[in-house]
Design a protein around this ligand. Sequence first.
Ligand SMILES: [Zn+2]
Length: 291
Amino acid sequence: MSYGVEIIDATPKWIEIPFISIYLVYGSRDVLIDTGVKSSSEKVIKILSGRDFEELDYVLTHIHIDHVSGLGYLHERFRGNVYLHPRAVRHVSNPSKLWGSAKEALGEFAELYGEPKAVDEMYLVPVSDGMIVPVGGELMFMYTPGHASHHISIFHKDSNGLFVGDSAGIYIEDYGYVIPTTIYPCRLDLYLSSLRRMRMLKPSILYYAHYGFSEDGWRSLDALYNTLLEWGKAARDLDNVEEFKSYIISNDEVFRGIYSRLDDYPLAKLLVDLAIKGVFEEVNRDPGVVG
Ligand SMILES: [Zn+2]
């Protein structure tokens, strides 16, 4: 990949399909966007070893376990600043609560990802909305709540690209399709307004955490936004989440094709089901959210 951005596959072996992408961004200070999980950290350390750096900075898009549980392990090998949302600081320096809620939400999958290791607070740098730092060339942080209240996206000036974490869906390259990451519980109103804010930057490239990058840039944001409006309007007229899921499967041919392949990938299926539930519950909480 050009523009000084390198994609690293941080999927642990047990997932079997490419699922977690993290990004190494070059600059006078190199920086890693997200870290993958404990069970992929050895692989990532191997990839990063032998490069021309001994120190590395980090950015966390948010602190869900699949983005952060590798951090403490990588940080032991490559020290550096960790840029993150202010509300994430205490959970990274003491991940016990984070680990507890991951186990509750994901069950056995949390154990497979692996328990996060604390990082000393002296390395943690809380960022504000709009803050610019001279690492990885130049990065600008943008608060993008919705998927998580503490989510940030990162604009990379050199590539006119945006690291979207989980704020802009799961990108399925084979289908050119983006599945919502409205994992229950979410805030759909904030999710949609974050999409609108990211759209205003007109990024040429979107770097997804799941999975890979899209050179359709802002058009992929539009596509997801439209999917969510359609889904949301349908959910308003339906009685329960199962009916809603059936509606999507029968009305969206591309989604149907993707969903039919998920039986072999229980984690992916769980996340997609939770995203559908997230939309349904939010539209029932506030029917006006989709206009
Ligand atoms: Zn994720």
